[in-house]
Design a protein around this ligand. Sequence first.
Ligand SMILES: C[S@@+](CC[C@H](N)C(=O)[O-])C[C@H]1O[C@@H](n2cnc3c(N)ncnc32)[C@H](O)[C@@H]1O
Length: 301
Amino acid sequence: MSPAGQGTGTADPTAGPWTVLRVIRTGAEWLQERGVESARLDTEHLLAHALGTDRLQLYLQYDRPLTPDELGSFRPLLRRRGGREPLQYITGRAAFRELDLTVDPRVLIPRPETEVLVQVVLDAVAGGADLTALDVGTGSGCIGLSLLVEGPFRRVLGTDPSADALAVARANADALGSAADGFEVRRGGGFDPLAPDETFDVIVSNPPYVADGEAAGLQPEVRDWEPAGALFAGAQGLDVLDVLAASAAKHLRPGGWLALEVGPGQASTLKTRLDGSGRFASCAIHRDLSGRPRIVAARTA
Ligand SMILES: C[S@@+](CC[C@H](N)C(=O)[O-])C[C@H]1O[C@@H](n2cnc3c(N)ncnc32)[C@H](O)[C@@H]1O
């Protein structure tokens, strides 16, 4: 029997008890056969989750045989990952900068490049105080909540057309207690949830930016599990970014910042549109941790 509880033929039934190390090794092999990247790391995370411990603790008990109950808790988790369900949806948790967030299929799993987007904003507003921010398409709330926790912000409004996403963002804010005082949510797309004269010091967004035709090329974890409304934005993937670029300036105070995460190949298009609007005094492209141009930040005069 495999660590997933199915006969895969990969595990040697004469190899003795299912110790922590044996479960990790054979579980990782089983996931790898199913095309899972980071198979070993994910197996460790899932086993730690099943045992109610952390990964480092596993290393201290490699030779310990698992009890039938422990194996019974772990096996369904491994099977889910083998079906290409994202690790974070299985554990229900996602790490983002200083936050440990609740996530489930109602929201996109926060990405490392979005951590850089937050850093770009924090660097831009360093030295400020009592600022306000609008986080368009807040999803799990990862951007807006990070700004409140780490930056000089007194109020952040997170918007999203998805009521389901807003429920997750609200839960994440509530879990942070007083650190997230000042976080509000409002439902709607683009700038629809705002009053015409409502302005902010910062508008930040990681909107949907995948072209509709690119669905087939996505990893199963993304295509089959993450919300389509968080991913796709028209033929070029620019439908939401275009709305934000066209109307952000009128919702920014003088000297305010617009910071957008964009898809691969979209940064120079966005910069051209923002420069061409005549509403911004400066506009720069920033790179993510892999050196790809994925963030566009512009400042009003
Ligand atoms: C790529 S996800 C980003 C979620 C979160 N901010 C993050 O960085 O992980 C995009 C989010 O934008 C929302 N969204 C979709 N269409 C939108 C629109 N027209 N205006 C604003 N937000 C939109 C989606 O529901 C989703 O929560």
